[in-house]
Design a binder for this molecule. Structure first.
Ligand code: ZN
Length: 542
């Protein structure tokens, strides 16, 4: 059957005229062709000398977009014609990008393709839904413009028009001084309204998430108490304000979300007037680093909370965690457990994931975590080992085996030992749950050897030098413990540190952190690596 007939008979009721395989003509309003986007992508990745040849070679591929498709994306083969199908334009752009990157594996005319490996099998017909509609691994690679939109990940920068605690920054509220916000107070409400009115001129998505301060405290003024607030329970006042905002902005593009976290973890006892567009549920009470089990008490409580909030919100997302916020630089494996826990979330009706990693700060292996976590949020059936191996092979061609073996050994330790890790732990917690110092020293030494051999191209070399510099922090932490019995350099109780030439070399390596583009080793407190290094000189034997 010719492509014209296929399109005419099965896809569109309207009159369609086909010229070659590029379809033009009248069609159902809900359907859009993205053939131009495909051609643009072919041109973007190919060697410019072969531009026309490439466009001609792949002209029998067509791209269709329709919100009426019963799946998010599809791949269909009809004789020699490939049809890429997507439910919306953004998905179509991602699918096109995947397809052209897939072509680049075998067609040597594509030379400008340096994005992560593809995760779709283009060899057969498929129709699939994304496992999650909101997919954010919150690590620095995902926050770079270059990564969007082709990775298939979402990012706070493009998904929300107003995100979380940013509201207070925008309204110039000093969150250090003001620990609790009164959500029934007219002054605060009017400020929010004014801000939203001004912002409405430059909206991207219209999604607004408003949440209380990052504390357990709730406002218990007379007005807040009257509508149900109690100590550590701010949900009634927050939901009351969400109702007012929903009413006030009912004729706009705004959609309103809040978070179930700390003082708003528990749902309202009295139903609000309007359903929220969505809710972000924190998993802070759930264990980290082990697979969630619906038979355990904490998980049972979480499921109950999800079910209760489900009555008041159209979509439920989780705010999950994937870092040790006290130590961003010691390697932390997250992927095996994430794969299992994404299934747990899906089974319990969650449709989006904000996975808070080290955010804008660098952490070792954040590139592989960003890539694999995104892939798993798209399709939880994908294999973590295979994804890691393909990623390392592409971006670390010389050191791929060493990188894959070490990173996956961390994952395997975490999985086999089944011990939870602390979101604000220290090296001792890491050692108790997954970290093996001997393996680490071996890997660190091998990194040094492979870098000294100077066999790799600059991109790989830069990545490894950055990793080597960052891991010097972990090396020093282990040395600190060996010498003092403490992992906290601010509390070594008058002891002095012996600085051998080897240690001095590692200190110098970490001292190059700014050159490698990172600055912090933890989220809060004394953040600067500079402070940490200053302690080493302060306590050095004189
Ligand atoms: Zn109040």
């Amino acid at each position: 059957m010719k492509i014209f007939n296929i399109i005419y008979r099965f896809l569109f009721p309207a009159v369609v005229v086909a010229v070659g395989c590029i379809v033009v003509g009248a069609y159902d309003d809900a359907n859009t062709y993205m053939d131009q986007a495909l051609r643009d992508c072919l041109v973007k990745y190919c060697d410019s000398r072969y531009r026309n040849e490439i466009i001609n070679k792949y002209k029998s591929t067509t791209v269709l977009v329709s919100s009426k498709f019963s799946y998010d994306y599809g791949i269909e083969y009809h004789n020699n014609t490939l049809i890429l199908k997507a439910k919306d334009k953004k998905t179509a752009e991602w699918l096109i990008d995947q397809y052209v990157r897939h072509l680049a594996y075998t067609d040597t005319h594509f030379t400008n393709c340096d994005l992560p490996p593809t995760i779709i099998d283009f060899g057969k017909t498929v129709h699939k839904n994304f496992d999650f509609i909101y997919r954010e691994p919150h690590f620095s690679p995902n926050l770079k413009e270059r990564y969007q939109p082709f990775s298939g990940a979402s990012s706070v920068e493009e998904y929300w028009d107003l995100w979380g605690h940013n509201l207070y920054k925008e309204l110039d509220i000093d969150t250090e001084k003001q620990q609790v916000i009164c959500f029934t107070n007219d002054i605060f409400y009017n400020k929010v309204v004014k801000f939203l009115e001004e912002k409405s001129r430059s909206l991207r998505t219209g999604r607004i998430i408003i949440m209380p301060m990052d504390t357990m405290s709730a406002c218990t003024c007379t007005e807040c108490q009257k509508i149900g607030n109690k100590n550590q329970y701010a949900t009634p006042a927050v939901m009351n304000m969400m109702d007012k905002l929903k009413e006030r902005f009912s004729k706009t593009k705004y959609t309103f979300y809040t978070a179930a976290y700390h003082s708003t973890q528990q749902p309202p006892q009295k139903p609000p007037k309007y359903r929220l567009s969505g809710l972000l549920l924190s998993t802070s009470d759930l264990p980290k680093g082990i697979a969630l089990d619906p038979q355990n008490d904490l998980e049972k409580d979480f499921i109950k909370t999800v079910q209760a909030w489900n009555n008041y919100a159209d979509t439920l997302y989780v705010w999950d965690y994937a870092a040790n916020y006290n130590d961003f630089l010691t390697p932390l494996p997250i992927l095996y457990v994430l794969k299992k826990n994404l299934k747990f979330f899906r089974d319990n009706g969650i449709s989006g994931v904000f996975l808070q990693g080290s955010g804008y700060d660098y952490s070792p292996f954040d590139d592989i975590k960003t890539f694999v976590a995104t892939a798993l949020m798209i399709d939880g059936q994908l294999d973590v080992d295979d994804l890691c191996s393909r990623y390392f092979t592409q971006f670390y061609p010389v050191s791929a085996k060493m990188m894959t073996d070490y990173y996956l050994s961390l994952e395997k330790n975490m999985e086999q030992r089944e011990k939870k890790y602390d979101l604000h732990g220290d090296m001792k917690d890491a050692i108790d749950s997954y970290f093996c110092a001997d393996d680490f020293f071996r890997f660190y030494e091998n990194l040094g050897i492979i870098l000294s051999e100077n066999k790799m191209e600059s991109n790989e070399k830069n990545r490894l030098e950055k990793l080597y510099s960052a891991l010097s922090f972990t090396w020093l932490q282990l040395e600190l413990y060996r010498q003092t019995g403490s992992y906290d350099i601010t509390k070594i109780n008058g002891k002095t540190l012996s600085i051998t030439p080897d240690i001095q070399t590692v200190i110098s390596r970490l001292s190059a952190y700014e050159h490698h583009g990172f600055r912090k080793y933890k989220e809060k407190g004394e953040r600067e690596i500079k402070d940490y290094l200053d302690f080493w000189s302060l306590f050095a034997e004189k």
